[in-house]
Design a protein around this ligand. Sequence first.
Ligand SMILES: [Zn+2]
Length: 190
Amino acid sequence: MLKNYLIAVMLLAGFLIAPGNSSVMAADTGKLITNQCRQNIKMLNEATQKFVNDTGDQLPPWARYETVKSSLMNLDYLPTDPVGPTPDCKYNLVSNSREDFQWYCNLHGVLEGEKTVNFQYHEHQIMAKTTSRYINNKRYKEHVSELLRWTDYAPTPVERLKYHYNMNPLSTILVMVGVLLIIFIVYRTL
Ligand SMILES: [Zn+2]
């Protein structure tokens, strides 16, 4: 009887290992999301640098993307809105002066920061960066402490499973199959 189960597991494993089976390719989804968001921040930083070079305008100490777009920079500088890779990716401009500014994502922080924070965001492992440059800015400080609350986030069992599956699909499947097999055998012998 046990022999049949083992054959079944080996067949399943063989099927999953079979080349070209893209369903078991590992994907670091957190890294993909973080890279995508950092591209958005980079684009916003470059657009703002261009705006600063072209005009004599001052930058607000803190402003949401929507406000910047509607009352400061126009379509010449921001032709397309950045699409946040997560619902929590909302962009804000923080500045000390025309020369010292950065865009800030509520989940990923700034592009250039001396502090790196890694945390679990649902089934993704996210990397954020913060800087103490703007720490005297009340709104910035509030947003950073809000971001750091993610380090206390406890993923649900399903999120944990999804994370392990994405990072290492094959071993996650084999462990799951093994666990189910043990449960089944124990159940049958009772
Ligand atoms: Zn983001």
